[in-house]
Structures are given as C-alpha cells and as structure tokens.
Design a protein around this ligand. Sequence first.
Ligand code: ATP
Length: 315
Amino acid sequence: MVHKYVASAPGKVNLHLGVGEARADGYHELVSVFHAVDRRERVTLIASDTMTDGPIVRSMSTTFFVDTPDEDIDGPGNLAWRAVDAVATRAGVALPEVRIEVDKHVFVAGGMAGGSADAAAALVAANALVADYGTPLDDDTLLALAASLGADVPFSLMGGTALGTGRGDELVAMLSRGRLHWVFVNPKVGIPTGKAFSLLDDMRHNNATLVPHLNTQALSQALTTGDATRVAAAMHNDLEGPALAMRPQLARLLDVAADAGLRAMVSGSGPTVAVLCDSLEHAQWVADHLAEHFDGYEVFVAEGPDQGAVVENVF
Ligand code: ATP
C-alpha cells in the first residue's frame, strides 16, 4: 500500500528588512518583518515498502509552476531532502524509504524563501510520517531543526506576520488587521543573496549616510490599523540599494510598479519586486499592467498573511 504525505508552506515578502553589522559567524544582524503570502509550495512524500534506520530519502523531483532554473536542484543538497533526513535521523525509529515530489510555485532564488518553504513543508510532512511509526518530534525540536537548515526556515514553519531578529530566525508574531494584496514580479536577473549583503557592506564603507534601518515601530502601528496605504508608506528594505546597483534594470520596473500600485519594493535580497495594492481587483489590474509593460517577466497575484507549514493530506 502506498502512503503519501502532502504538506504546504508559504512564500514570503519582507515588509521591512534592516541589515545591521556583519557578525563573526558571517551572518548579519537583521531586523526583519516577514509576511507570509498564499503562494504556497507543496511537498509530497511517497513512502516505499522498504524500511530503514538511517536517512530515508532515495530520490526527489521538482515540478515547476514558475520558470525552470538552469541548475538541477533535485539532489541531496536540496533543502527539502535535507529536512526529511534531519527529521528521520532525529526520530531514531525505523521508517520507510521515501521519494519527494515538490510542486514549485515560488520563484527560485527570488528572495521569497521558496527553498525555505520547501524545507518547512518537508519538515511537517516527515513528522507526519514519523507519527505513523513512532512518537513525532515536538514543536521546539522541529523549530530547532528548521533553524539549522536556514535562517528563513523557522518563519516558513510559523507563517503569519512576524518580527525576526538575530539571523532573522528569532521570531515573535506581530499583530495585524485585515488582508494585504500583492503582485510579485520576477525580472529574471539573478541576485546571489551573499553578494547583496557584501555589496551593502562595501557601499556603507564608502558612504557614512547609509545607516541600518532597525526601527519597525511605524510599520508595526500601520499593520494594526489594517490600512494598506500606511503599511505601504512604512515598508523598507536595506538591500534594495545593492539590488539596484547590481541590476540597474530593476529601476524601471520599480518606477512603473510604484505608479500602478501603492508601493513597490524589492523582496528580500531580490530580484523579485513586490507591489502592495489596496484590493484584489487593484492587484489584478496591476498584474495585467506589468505583464503588458514587461514582456517575458513572470507575474502573479497573492495575499497575506497566510498560515505557516501544514500537513494537507495523508492517504
Ligand atoms: P531567500 O529568500 O531565503 O534568500 P530565495 O527564494 O532567494 O531564498 P531559493 O529559491 O530558496 O532562494 O534558493 C536559492 C538556491 O538554493 C537555489 O538556487 C538552489 O541552488 C538552492 N536550493 C536548495 N534547495 C532548494 C529548493 N528546495 N528550492 C530551490 N532552491 C533550492
């Protein structure tokens, strides 16, 4: 009998991304406001009849509902693969070998934490598998495994809207009212996350006015009012400067998107541009407008906040 465990986890946008000093471990101190959107990754574990005590993943394959990247991402380095084996190893019981299938709806290397969402969905799917053969891991253990896989994975597990400090993985939920409507645009100009951070360090070294923005008070007040115009005014991303310096073509996209929506900003380290709108209808109009102006760019509409990683189905 085949057993399948299906889970999903959200993509995210940073409503605020303040980058502080580089730490001794190479990470920067962050003050980040994460916001999960209903563009979700789906991860399915397909159990075989063969039981094993060690790592359980035998293969994986990704189906792309966004542009397929040049690199082959299916392998032991994939965050979903690592997440499943981390849960299996920690559980310490014999489990069936599995194949992983990922439905990818979040842009790859886009600054929307798609890989982290795969990891979070894989963690909860693997824990549902463990529950069929032994005692599932508790929430704190899953959260610790998430943090060991990547700085954004704990938020993908948690969802909603949250303030992240430290590497961005020390989280506290934030109050917010109502729904925010978004358009996401992938301008298809890769930005390696590490390069965006090191360019910011260089830019600050040469320009003393480029200080870290670590205060999220105005944003947090705007979120509690549910007024999208106020949220739009309070959004900020310290990595937008480096993204624009590396990919100057982003400037036109940001200009056209800002004219059409309430506010346009680079998401995380980019290159995805997130456009905040004031209703679903407005977002759909903005999406059509941008698709018309930027031939070949990928565009989708989403809303938030959305829930974190959940098991959707076991059968
Ligand atoms: P973040 O917003 O957290 O910086 P991102 O959305 O920019 O992340 P991802 O799509 O998560 O970037 O992945 C970036 C790189 O990580 C990929 O280019 C790939 O080499 C590797 N990777 C590992 N696991 C995955 C995965 N499950 N999906 C996509 N890429 C993955």
